[in-house]
Design a protein around this ligand. Structure first.
Ligand code: GDP
Ligand code: IMO
Ligand code: MG
Length: 426
């Protein structure tokens, strides 16, 4: 296999960073194709923790080329700060390429994001307040700056002069901070020098790499249920985390994505507002949250916790064509006395066989659960599938059977070593 896509199957934070890093040593190239620094991908290497937001998770491997492709929104200051933090941790040898077609995320996007959330009050989306939505909107309405604009200062200035008054109108309406052309140009010129050596036409680069038979790993950000079309709209992000969006975000043909590895937790989490059919609260949710350190990598918000939701996963498997999955954070469930697994959705007492597409309908869903016995043993040092406790294997085999997928990898701790590999991933 020459190419593989890593896709989050739930509401993000499934452990995509760990799996990408795990596979990166077999990849020539790791590509981020959508999202921005709303992502937070944690990687643990021999006890050192790295939190990546915009940088692809192959960045720790000096031989891997890391590509930030066309569909990404880039906050340049945030990206440079990430590189600075990495160099403090001793990672200063890396290969990074940034697409000329990628979109630049500017401070006014962040201000608009914050102002909108405030204006929505208790109807807010619970965004990461990183300006992601307003930045993608500007791309769609053809008002954004692109990385390639940094190459020519004169036309960059003209672009800023034509766009900024429109942005300021919006900010004024919200009573937010307005920006001057000088301020935005100063920021762009400040980051320009550091970015220039990395800027290329990544579409042409990836096309060539594909023809040369290079191994390419596509690292998804967010999760399928946060997809702006197929997720729990409007409580979603502003890009599509589905592997099916990769061609359109990289300039590669459909055939460029040979396989999709779905990444799922052994349970479910979500940050931010919106429907969550299998959500649990109270002391049980607290103990899972504590054991799994379920606090946002980006915002440090406590993540909402719920049981594994098979109808939700089945839906994602179908829309993404997933045949193999990595099941993450299984060790966390050792903290639970009795496990529940959602096997069906009912609305008004009738079973439904589709994923509701409106919030109104999703809120009416009554999840049907089966109960399964748990295990108490600490499984974090187990490396062979057959050594897992019987109840643990039963849990995994039930998931495989009901979802019709193969669990190719089981993760039992944050570190790279804490992995049970059942077949080669890449
Ligand atoms: P991502 O956004 O999909 O990359 O996931 P995050 O990094 O935001 O969240 C996953 C969290 O779980 C991180 O803190 C990881 O270090 C951690 N993690 C990953 N796999 C495991 C695992 O198998 N067990 C435990 N206990 N933690 C894990
Ligand atoms: P990774 O890649 C979890 C959520 C936010 C909010 C919604 C919209 O680490 O899995 P946005 O700032 O994108 O406009 O927020 O999407 N969200 C994530 N939740 N993991 C992520 O990324 C997320 N990126 C965005 O919490 O509910
Ligand atoms: Mg995350």
């Amino acid at each position: 296999m020459k190419t593989l896509a890593i896709e989050g199957m739930q509401w993000g934070d499934e452990g995509k960073g760990k799996v990408t890093d795990f596979c990166a040593s077999h990849a020539d190239i790791v590509v981020r194709s959508q999202g921005g620094n709303n992502a937070g991908h944690s990687i643990e290497h021999h006890g050192v923790r790295y939190a990546l937001r915009l940088l692809p998770s192959g960045i720790l491997n000096p031989d891997t080329v890391n590509v930030i492709a066309d569909g990404v929104v880039i906050n340049p200051k945030a990206m440079l700060e990430e590189l600075r933090i990495l160099s403090e941790k001793g990672i200063s040898s890396y290969q990074l390429l940034i697409s000329k077609r990628a979109t630049l995320l500017m401070p006014y996007h962040i201000e608009i994001d914050k102002a909108r959330e405030e204006a929505l009050g208790d109807k807010k989306i619970g965004t990461t307040k990183n300006g992601i939505g307003p930045c993608y909107e500007d791309r769609a309405s053809r008002l954004s700056l692109r990385v390639g604009d940094l190459l020519d200062i004169e036309s960059l200035q003209e672009r800023v002069e034509s766009i900024l008054p429109l942005k300021n109108l919006e900010l004024k309406a919200y009573g937010g901070k307005e920006f001057s052309v000088e301020e935005i140009m100063a920021l762009l010129l400040e980051v320009r020098e550091a970015l220039l050596p990395h800027i290329i036409d990544t579409t042409a680069y990836l096309q060539k790499a594909l023809k040369e038979g290079k191994k390419i790993l596509f690292e998804g950000a967010q999760g399928a249920m946060l997809c702006m079309t197929y997720g729990t709209f409007p409580f979603v992000t502003s890009s599509s985390p589905l592997a099916t969006a990769i061609p359109n975000n990289t300039g590669l043909p459909l055939t460029a994505v040979e396989d999709v590895l779905g990444i799922m937790k052994a349970y479910t989490t979500r940050v931010g507002a919106g429907p969550f059919p299998t959500e649990i609260d109270g002391p049980l949710a607290d103990s899972i949250r504590e054991k799994g350190h379920e606090f946002g990598t980006v915002t440090h918000r406590p993540r909402r916790v719920g049981w594994l939701d098979l109808p939700q996963l089945k839906y994602v498997i179908e829309i993404s064509g997933i045949k193999r999955v990595a099941l993450m954070l299984l060790d966390v469930l050792s903290a639970v006395d009795e496990l529940k697994l959602c096997t069906g959705y009912f609305i008004d007492g009738k079973e439904i066989d589709y994923m509701p597409s409106t919030v109104a309908e999703l809120e009416k869903v009554e999840p049907q659960f089966i109960t399964m016995p748990s295990w108490k043993e600490d499984i974090s040092s187990i490396r062979n599938y057959d050594e897992l406790p019987l109840n643990c294997r039963r849990y995994l085999e039930t998931i495989e059977e009901k979802l019709g997928v193969k669990i190719a990898m089981v993760s039992v701790g944050p570190d790279k070593e804490a992995t049970i590999l059942r077949e080669e991933l890449f």
